[in-house]
Design a protein around this ligand. Structure first.
Ligand code: MN
Length: 245
């Protein structure tokens, strides 16, 4: 069987003022795509008008973790708890999500990726969970990245429930989360404190799932999320000419 190509987003930044800007991406995403039977290709931040060309070979798109989303993009002022933002990356990834939706390219959003998916479609974010939702669970775990630290309850019958089960325990490395859910998405997993941990596209013609945790760092059932987006991509082979569904 041929190996589909899966586009994986990345960031560009300087670690210190004396360093040149460098492309950065946790290799765990690439390994997860590879294990799911596809070949990843990294899509660095570029002019948003290039999104269609960059996704032309893509069977699927993985929107990865990283910086906070600029709250101006969902109509809010920066909260004191807001972390580092990358406006160029935001605008690039919002364009990628919209092209994926318009062409029916299956999408898996991870951590920041679920947030970008939601903002691209018109939703909003909680900018800083500890200060805006005090008393909740610790969603920025101090344990290692592959340690599962809180439970999630998944909506029966949803894609995420079919893939990881109706009750799962996940890792958690985020201080932002979805606030208002975008039109067309539905919540398919929540943490015990009510924080939204997964969403999916409700319409036909587009496979799109976002998870707030990091399945690429986990063993076991979570690999099914990557297999599922690759399988969805196999079902709709790429074409840069016309919408596929
Ligand atoms: Mn969490």
């Amino acid at each position: 069987m041929t190996r589909p190509l899966v586009a994986v987003t990345a960031t560009t930044r300087r670690e210190s003022p004396s360093d040149p800007p460098r492309l950065r991406l946790n290799a765990a995403y690439l390994d997860a795509v590879d294990r799911a039977g596809a070949t990843p290709y990294v899509v660095p931040v570029a002019d948003p008008s290039h999104a269609g060309a960059v996704l032309a070979p893509a069977a699927a798109l993985v929107v990865t973790g990283g910086e906070d989303v600029d709250p101006a993009l969902f109509g809010e002022s920066p909260h004191p708890g807001l972390g580092r933002v990358a406006r160029d990356r935001d605008e690039w990834e919002l364009a990628l999500v919209k092209v994926a939706r318009d062409l029916g390219i299956p999408l898996l959003g991870v951590c920041r990726g679920i947030q970008v998916l939601n903002v691209a479609l018109g939703g909003t974010l909680i900018q800083d969970l500890p200060s805006e939702r005090p008393g909740g669970l610790p969603h920025q775990q101090v344990e290692g990245r592959s340690v599962r630290t809180h439970t999630v309850t998944c909506l029966p019958g949803s894609r995420v429930a079919q893939l990881v089960g109706e009750s799962a325990t996940v890792n958690s490395m985020h201080h932002q989360a979805i606030a208002d859910v975008a039109p067309g998405l539905r919540v398919t997993a929540t943490a015990p404190d009510g924080v939204i941990e997964a969403v999916e596209w409700t319409g036909s013609g587009w496979w799109a799932v976002g998870v707030q945790w990091h399945p690429e760092e986990l063993d076991g059932r979570d690999a099914a999320l990557f297999r599922a987006v690759v399988e969805a991509g196999r079902a709709s082979p790429p074409s840069s000419i016309s919408p596929r569904r």
